[in-house]
Design a protein around this ligand. Structure first.
Ligand code: ADP
Ligand code: ADP
Length: 234
């Protein structure tokens, strides 16, 4: 089943006389359960692409279909619900709230979905077990290492059972050991819980954990790599 279909999108910034073409005719699909990497150097259009997929930014032309919805045509309220219910975000700098414990940070995503407290509690305990962070739940972000904070952020992204997890340079602020642990967590979410992950990075070690990597440069896809040991079939 196809979760994402990006169809001939372009994105221009600026206006007459000073136009940057950040995305130049990009098309690709992501299947349910896929772990897709998008790799490219700084300025290649990764952030712009991710912002268009996450409805933070608008495409100039083209369509993006996610879960059978054309998200480029959604109204403001529908966009808000789409983001809340169907997307999970993992950021480079974790984006945990300092004044909340790990538990409360994860709970927030569920509270804004108007869920009941016992259900929230059960969902958090489940996700914590999956990511092996049960013993971290009562801690505040400042009491956690970068790698631990990012695993909490993964739990927050996963707990709402989104159709798609978007990760933007998830290892960008981590040392190599923490990076490896985090990427193993992402791999586990993908393998064991069939989460669909779209990860953007400029780092080839990080990208190597994806099953398929699209290479972008100057706003275009110029190559594709499908990992040899991947048992998935098209
Ligand atoms: P990456 O994430 O791969 O570093 P970006 O998507 O941030 O690439 O940028 C792609 C191109 O678009 C670059 O040339 C960048 O300078 C330009 N760009 C990105 N955002 C804006 C913006 N808000 N206004 C003008 N130009 C932008
Ligand atoms: P990344 O670290 O993902 O490569 P960038 O450093 O390229 O991201 O961009 C960070 C933010 O600045 C993004 O939101 C992007 O849209 C914006 N940006 C990038 N280039 C420009 C630009 N030339 N003018 C205005 N905003 C820009």
């Amino acid at each position: 089943k196809n979760i994402v279909s990006v169809e001939k999108i372009e994105k221009y910034y600026g206006n007459k006389g000073n136009i940057t073409k950040a995305i130049d005719n990009i098309s690709f699909k992501v299947d349910e359960g896929e772990f897709l990497g998008i790799m490219g150097p700084s300025g290649s259009g990764k952030t712009t692409l991710l912002n268009c997929i996450s409805t933070i930014d608008n495409v100039t032309t083209g369509k993006i279909i996610i879960n059978n919805k054309d998200i480029t045509a959604l109204k403001a309220k529908a966009i808000e619900e789409f983001r809340r219910d169907e997307l999970g975000f993992i950021f480079q700098d974790f984006n945990l709230l300092d004044t909340l414990t790990a538990y409360e940070n994860i709970a927030l995503a569920l509270t804004i979905q108007n869920r009941e407290i016992p259900e929230i509690d059960e969902m958090i305990k489940n996700v914590a077990r999956k990511l092996d962070i049960t013993e971290l739940l009562s801690k505040f972000p400042f009491q956690l290492s970068g790698g631990q904070q990012q695993r909490v952020a993964c739990a927050r992204a996963l707990v709402t059972e989104p159709s798609l997890i978007l990760a933007d340079e998830p290892t960008g602020a981590l040392d190599s050991k923490s990076s490896r642990l985090l990427l193993e967590s992402l791999e586990k979410l993908n393998k064991e819980f069939h989460s669909t992950i779209l990860m953007v990075t400029h780092d080839s070690f990080t990208a190597s954990y994806a099953h398929r990597i699209l290479f972008i440069k100057d706003g275009r896809i110029f190559n594709e790599l499908i990992r040899g040991n991947d048992t998935r079939k098209e």
